[in-house]
Structures are given as structure tokens and as C-alpha cells.
Design a binder for this molecule. Structure first.
Ligand SMILES: Cc1ncc(COP(=O)(O)O)c(C=O)c1O
Length: 478
């Protein structure tokens, strides 16, 4: 069989790890800078026979080194580098004082203090789950108590990443199909790779996943006789990672209706990843979640997190599950950790209850709105103009701008722009990581730029360096 590894065709599934002499210069330079040399080794079918020297499971062997940690390492290794890559949050704004106060209050309490230091339940702390219900009610603009009945279907997880993993573990066998936005959150593509699932991309426009394209993709899959393998539609509904764009409100109800209509052989669930909900920079209420359109509650899995709106260090997220998935997911979470950190949960519950959380979200909105504006202004300065061939998204929230150059220009880790950017001292996430391998090869002319971490001056300077690195590559195609 033939397997594509980092655009290099190798036969027999020989991995670069297993064959160090095949490392070329570019691979070495990427390794040295801490960047994975296997940017496209997403799951492409069954692996060859287990090498006799390895005891690793098939799941482990098909898992590529995580792109994200290698990019973060590159940034940490070179402090002069301006990283527009890492999806970290603004360091200075992290709510240390409010958290310290809440920790002290929880621990000072005669009963809660010790309860917080004990194991909890697999589903999560009751006080946090109750605050989560209030948060959902507030976000959807419904009366207090309207979602009380949902409480048994709320599970608190170690960040929303654990929920994404648990959902994949609960639903997907090797060869099962997940329909994802094109582009999508590349870490989730890694989860699918580990599960041996097939990710098939669905085109997006300014309103997120295109429902006509989704319908057409499902029809093609059905014509191939593979509809029974489709288990999940994954959408990042708010200010997506990586595009910064949201699913249009008028697509949300129809998306739920579409999933139900195509659930011919078995349920096709929607996994709504709303990691950036709350971080909206326009003066309008956020749209209703996709989840809120699921009147029967049996189709949409809602994944949320407190990482972006409060603190990734608390690593606390949650899911609202269809009834049929509660027991399977709690069973799997039981095997993972039999419950997330009780202390973190109780501290968060307190911060939500006393209004600190809401105040922090308001503060972050102002801060990130300003950073976004700096990045957009810098892009306009360096790439704007009516004859410009460069495009970028204008996100109404979140942390990301999706940056695109003409098709012939390669922003991937094998292209010259990537290397020139390292010389100039700026890092971005190559957009190709964010594409599924089906129905066509990942596009290489995009980059994900994050405005969360750098100071405003660095944001401006980072874009200037990007422009310098790109100048010579863009000239010939301009
Ligand atoms: C779209 C999306 N989903 C989920 C996550 C997971 O975040 P956490 O596990 O910190 O909640 C992230 C983190 O960057 C993300 O961007």
C-alpha cells in the first residue's frame, strides 16, 4: 500500500520514525525547530501489519505527534519569535486574584473545603452543574429553571477536549465517518485519526458550514453505500478555530433538521463545539446555540469550556448529552479519570455564582476586541488594497483570523514561506493541518493567525514580518 507522509510518498507504510535515514534536510530542520515532520499523516486507511519490534497499539501507531505542542515548543525555544500560532489566551488578563479569593473561600469552608479535596462524582460537582444550567439559560435568554430538566445530561470534563475525545470514543469505530467543516479544529482531526475514523470535509462560507454542500456530501456517501458509517457532524458554531467565523443563525435549526432527516440507518449526531461562545466583540446578543434547536434533545451534543472565557489552567469544560449517550460517556470517563478535579469545579462554581466569571468575560471582550482590531489594521496596512491577492476573515469574536494567499503559494511547513517566516521571526499555524484528507487533499495556501497572546505592538510587528517573508513569494503571482 501507499501512504502519504508529509507529502512524501513512501510505500509499505514505512514511517519516518522507523526509518531515520529517510529524513531529508527540511524534515531535520523542522524537527530541530520542534515542528512535526509529519504534517499530513492523518489516518489514510488501515496500517500495514504490526512491526514485530513494536508493542504499540494500532491506535497509538496511527496517532501523529501533536502539531500543537510542537508549535508551542518552537515558540518557547525562541523567545524572539513572535508567535501568531499558539491558541493561548492573553497572559496578563488571567484572573489570578479572583481565583485566589475563590480558592481561599472554598477551602475555608468547614465542609466544602474538605469536599473539594476529596474525589467527586464522574458526572461532576452538583454546584457547578447547577451553575452551568444557569449559564445556559442566560445564554439562550430563557427563564430561570427552564433547563433544570437537562441537569442529568450535563457532564463536567477535563476541558472540552476530553469531551470531544469521549464522544469520539463512544461513537466511532475504525472506518466510521465524521463530517467536519473545511477547515476545522485540527486537534479534533487528531482525535479522529486515533480512533481510525474518516474525516470528510464540507465546504464553509462566511456563514460557516454550507448546508447545501453537507446535503450533497451525504447524498454522495449514500450513493456509495456508506451512509451507515456516518456517525457525526462536527461544527464549531461560534467564532471557529481556525476561521473565526460562526455558523449563521438561520442555518442552526435547519442543520438539526438535516441531521435528523439523514439519520436513516442510525442516529447521526451533531457535535456542537462552542469553545469560543461568550467571546463576541459585536454589540448584539449571541445567536441561539445549535443545541437549543434540538427540541427532543436526542441529536445535538453540546461541548463547552471555561478555558477561553476564564482560564485554560482550570482545564474545565462540560457537555450536554443526548440521553442515549449519558451512560456510555460516563462509563468511558469512569475509565479515564472517574471524575474531573473537584477543587477546580467547586472554585469555578463559586466564581460563576458570585459574578466574577461574568465580569471576567466582559473584560476579555474589550481586550480581545482591541487586539483583533490591531491585527486587522496591520493586515490592511501590509496586505490591503484593491488589487491585493491576499484575503483574511474578519471575525466577530474568538481568537483567530484565517489568512489566505493565492492557490499557487504554499504556506505549509514544506514551503519557502514557512522557512522565511522562521528567519523573520514569526510563527503561524499552517492551514493545511485544519483540513480533512477527504474529499480532496488539504489546501496549503492558508494560515491560522491567533491574536490572543501577543501584545499589540507584537501583533503589528508579527504581521509586518509575515508580510516581509511573503513579499518575494507573492510578487510572481501578483
Ligand atoms: C475549537 C476548540 N474546541 C475545543 C478546545 C479544547 O479546549 P479545552 O480542552 O481547553 O476546553 C479548543 C482549544 O483550543 C478549541 O479551539
Amino acid at each position: 500500500m501507499t501512504r502519504v507522509i508529509a507529502n512524501v510518498e513512501t510505500s509499505g507504510g514505512v514511517s519516518l520514525d522507523a526509518c531515520p535515514t529517510t529524513l531529508t534536510l527540511w524534515q531535520r530542520s523542522l524537527e530541530l525547530s520542534g515542528v512535526s515532520s509529519r504534517p499530513q499523516s492523518r489516518y489514510l486507511g488501515p496500517l500495514p501489519m504490526t512491526p514485530t519490534t513494536s508493542s504499540l497499539s494500532a491506535a497509538s501507531r496511527r496517532t501523529s505527534p501533536p502539531v500543537i505542542s510542537s508549535l508551542m515548543q518552537a515558540a518557547l525555544a525562541n523567545p524572539a519569535l513572535i508567535s501568531l500560532a499558539a491558541g493561548f489566551v492573553d497572559q496578563e488578563s488571567l484572573p489570578a486574584e479572583a481565583t485566589a479569593r475563590a480558592v481561599a473561600e472554598v477551602l475555608a469552608h468547614p465542609v466544602d473545603g474538605r469536599r473539594a479535596l476529596q474525589y467527586g462524582t464522574t458526572g461532576g460537582d452538583a454546584s457547578l452543574r447547577s451553575e452551568i444550567i444557569r449559564l445556559l439559560e442566560h445564554g439562550e435568554g430563557v427563564a430561570r429553571g427552564a433547563y433544570e430538566h437537562v441537569m442529568p445530561r450535563v457532564v463536567v470534563t477535563q476541558g472540552s477536549q476530553q469531551l470531544l475525545y469521549l464522544v469520539a470514543e463512544a461513537l466511532l469505530d475504525p472506518g466510521d465517518i465524521v463530517l467536519v467543516e473545511s477547515p476545522t479544529y485540527f486537534v479534533f482531526l487528531g482525535v479522529l485519526e486515533t480512533r481510525g475514523a474518516r474525516a470528510i470535509g464540507v465546504p464553509v462560507d462566511d456563514g460557516g458550514m454550507r448546508l447545501d454542500a453537507l446535503e450533497a456530501t451525504l447524498a454522495e456517501i449514500e450513493a456509495r453505500g456508506e451512509l451507515d458509517r456516518v456517525k457525526l457532524i462536527y461544527t464549531i458554531s461560534e467564532h471557529s478555530n481556525p476561521t473565526g467565523l460562526s455558523l449563521a443563525e438561520d442555518r442552526r435549526g435547519p442543520l438539526v433538521e438535516l441531521a435528523k432527516r439523514w439519520s436513516k440507518h442510525r442516529p447521526i449526531y451533531i457535535l456542537e463545539d462552542a469553545a469560543y461562545r461568550g467571546l463576541s466583540y459585536i454589540d448584539a446578543p449571541e445567536p441561539h446555540s445549535v443545541w437549543s434547536f434540538d427540541a427532543t434533545g436526542d441529536t445535538v451534543i453540546l461541548a463547552r469550556t471555561f478555558s477561553k472565557t476564564f482560564s485554560p489552567g482550570m482545564k474545565t469544560g462540560f457537555g450536554v448529552l443526548p440521553e442515549a449517550l449519558v451512560r456510555p460517556i460516563l462509563g468511558l470517563k469512569g475509565n479515564h479519570d472517574f471524575g474531573s478535579s473537584n477543587l477546580n469545579q467547586m472554585v469555578l462554581a463559586r466564581l460563576l455564582a458570585d459574578g466574577s466569571y461574568a465580569r471576567q468575560v466582559e473584560r476579555l471582550k474589550g481586550l480581545y476586541r482591541a487586539k483583533r482590531d490591531v491585527m486587522l489594521a496591520a493586515l490592511e496596512t501590509h496586505f490591503g488594497g484593491t488589487d491585493s491577492t491576499v484575503r483574511w476573515t474578519v471575525p466577530a469574536g474568538g481568537l483567530f483570523v484565517w489568512f489566505s494567499v493565492p492557490e499557487g503559494v504554499d504556506l505549509g511547513p514544506l514551503g519557502s514561506v514557512w522557512a522565511r517566516c522562521q528567519e523573520e521571526g514569526v510563527l503561524y499555524v499552517p492551514g493545511q493541518y485544519a483540513f480533512a484528507n477527504e474529499p480532496m487533499a488539504p489546501e496549503t495556501n492558508h494560515a491560522r493567525l491567533c491574536f490572543g497572546v501577543p501584545e499589540e505592538t507584537d501583533l503589528y510587528e508579527g504581521v509586518r514580518r509575515l508580510a516581509t517573508a511573503l513579499a518575494e513569494c507573492l510578487d510572481p503571482v501578483a
